[in-house]
Design a protein around this ligand. Sequence first.
Ligand code: GAL
Length: 705
Amino acid sequence: MNGKPQQYEPINAAFPHLLHGGDYNPDQWIKTPEIWDEDMRLMKLAGCNAMSVGIFSWSSLEPEEGRFEFNWLDTIMDKLAAQGAKAILATPSGARPAWMSRAYPEVLRVEADRHRNLHGLRHNHCYTSPVYREKTERINRLLADRYKDHPSLLVWHISNEFGGECHCDLCQDAFRNWLRSRYGHDIEALNLAWWTGFWSHRFNGFDQIESPAPHGENAVHGHNLDWKRFVTFQTTEFMKNEMKPLRELTPNVPITTNLMGTYTGLDYWKMAPELDLVSWDNYPSWHCGGMKTWELAADISFVHDLTRSLKGGKPFMLMESTPSIVNWQPVNKLKRPGMHRLSSLQAVAHGSDTVQYFQWRKSRGASEKLHGAVVDHVGHEHTRVFRDVAEVGEDLRKLAPIGGSTVRPDVALIYDWENRWAIDDAQALRNGPGQKGYEQACKAHYRAFWKLGVPVDVINEDCDFAGYKLVVAPMLYMLRPGVAERLTAFVEAGGTLVTGYFSGYVDESDLCFLGGVPGPLRKVTGIWAEEIDSLHDNDENGIRFAADNDLKLAGTYKAHTYCELIHAETARIAATYASDFYAGRPAVTVNAYGTGEAWYVAARSEFAFLRDFYAALTGKMRLLRALDADLPEGVTAVLRTNGKDRFVFLMNFSEARQAVRMPGEAEEMLSGKRMQGEVALEPYDVKVLHYRQEDCRQEDCRQKD
Ligand code: GAL
């Protein structure tokens, strides 16, 4: 367990409930305050107890520079308090009033092509601008001072979906200063890290450096990487500046900002430590074809697990999801009956202590007027969507005992932002947007665990590997200093590592390791990867298992996209390629190292390979599962536990009726019934089995110690 807690405090100790609510924009209805009263009535009916207020309210809070109007917000905060509800109070920096852009053009963002944007839209400020920082600090201070003792104030919601980058002169200077500090004011250190001897790109001084640009420099990988690191740094600094007055005036109110899953523009591992809790906005395209429902569900589970792992297992917040449809997908298909509940409780299963929506009430005008909302333009509660939401409200009330619990998996899967940036930038393998497929590869490995109901943490290279039994690291192309050494120590001490093709190529500056791929992982994996073959869509190879392999796997699985040509040095060969000029050469190897072992999967494979490979490893290693039961296709089991009670979410992400034979006996929390034997799951059904400690005597419910 590694000293990590099994049970956390509620999000805010003063309010021990699972939260339910959403983005609430009463300032859009300032001229019709009777709507506010109706909102309160409807919130109660829907079982909503926490509303995100003020996200884009700057022009209502400060209609003219220096003239503040808080009366409307006072009224809303009081109304929420009057019915025992809470506010997730936002700072308004996600969008700004027109007067500010006019008076201080430096707050407007400059794009990579060096054009300054006009006023409009949102999420488009310069995060370096001293004026914007001063203005956000001021309004945040006023908000904190005004509401610091208000009974509604529950959580701070900083800005909204931080993202994008600014290339203005202020940012250029800040970038150069960041580089000076990274390279100890030594331009030769930078020249070496960026390999600027290439195409005569050598710099004489930091003042010659600019951010990457479509019409300027964009081919120096170390430069691109450092720029992305800087964007994360500067955004985090901006966020910290917003947080300063809140920390000062409301030290006990937790702070979050809504993240966007695997959004590539920011390394969330750098932001998370600054936050008290993490939250994310989840908009899956259910029923949109192309993918089976369970495959998409597993991809979403991956992001929930990633979000939970960002704070070491602490419960997170589902900050936004749609109660019905969004309005920005190519085809905005309605959620089929049951899907709203299933999708909402899926977040809870993976560690969310909230189900929040965008949006509470449909706005009357502008681009989101036809986006789904709890309250439709019709204005009353007699809608399918409202009923769905109210049902989730009722479910969350029943699931209250789950709040604060978590899971401590045996398995960690590395998904690393910097590694992704480096992979996406590499001119190699298959080129073109999305062609490298790093995220897809991670999700493919993850799906195998999802099918087995094996809990997984999704971590990055810097996380502690101790405490896990199995670390899975697909396409670990970039190894920052110490990572290979820590993985080697992990295996030496008895851990199992699974890695494979396109790993161990470059260091943290994107400079290739000399001495053979996978660089510093060569010893622990016991292989040398001499070449890598990229396959066309209609090419394939096979992974053929040897008769006496450790996992007792048999037959041939399809290999596609990438086949690495490796030499087993100290590793044993478990499978070989089936065809082409490298037929018979190793495709899967395992290397005994210390008291552990390292697997190397040299090719991208069909899912059946990953499914069978990880099923065999799970059995062999006796990895923690949510439930010791056979799970039919489309069904998963997800575990939360406080160390005593085990809460097992059985979820059917298929269009067919399914059944699972559960071990032992438990209470099903949504129906309140005791259950044993075969559990029937209707399409999109969810059951939450509560195994109390006394129900867990049998071997089937053993706790991991
Ligand atoms: C989110 C955003 C919300 C809303 C929503 C629509 O990304 O934070 O403000 O625009 O999308 O789906």
